[in-house]
Design a protein. Sequence first.
Length: 308
Amino acid sequence: MTMTVEPVAAGFAAQICGIDLRTTLAEAAIQQIAAALDRHAVVVFRDQPLSQEEQIAFCRRFGPLDLGLKRIYQPAGATERAPRPGARIRHDALIDISNLDAAGSVVALDSKKIVANMANQLWHSDSSFQNPPARYSMLSAVCVPATGGDTQFADMRAAYDALDAATQAEIKGLEAEHFALHSRVLLGDDDYTPEQIAAYPPVSWPIIRTHPGSGRKLLFIGAHTTRILGMPIAVGRMLLQDLLEHAVDARFVYTHEWRAGDLVVWDNRATLHRGRRYDLSQRRELRRTTTLDIDKADGGVGVQTRTT
């Protein structure tokens, strides 16, 4: 088979065919996928029903894995646990995007899992609240509801390009603070211990960044942003809200309608994403793996995407 890359929207999002992700891919194929991500920011693989181990193995080809918010629920200094045979989620490297409990039953509406579902419905970039942040996220669909539950992606490069010159000048050099629990607190989930809060101290990133793979400027904002440094809270938050409303306009958005067996990969440095509403009494199970924005040549130092 020959790998093909077919855009699904003008300059944004593409479908890759002619490849089996369950096999050990040649390095050249990995580089082709990375190049497609530099150009399209989101790539879709249909009919790729990956096992948990296959998904992790594929993701590791693109860099070290990010455990996301799991550190909040682990003892200080804890490391990734050994695989747990028989568990629904057998590996710490897999982030459970579902409305299911450990036994596979649909959870109650007052469960913390539902808060996580709601937080995922806010526009965000995975792990922008840490340094290094995330590079690629890979979401594999195991079970999807009959209707709803789509995932939307917004192109932050196109959003920046479409800003008027006055706004581009206004936000040049500004930095926003990102905090891991900001979206959870907004949704009423605020019973975290001081130790859990301290696990993810706030970090700051420039609002305008330059993508290293494409050289394009982009907006780096979303639901994890709490304020703009050097501005009164209210003024900064309203500016962030205005930028977000602009950035997620329909002309910049690709909506993915899930089928079981899909794998969607996106570049968190170039996009925002959100899940869409669905009937929470229906099963929805997706598994996410995410890589840190670290290159081998950097010796484990986070790659801070260039500012203007």
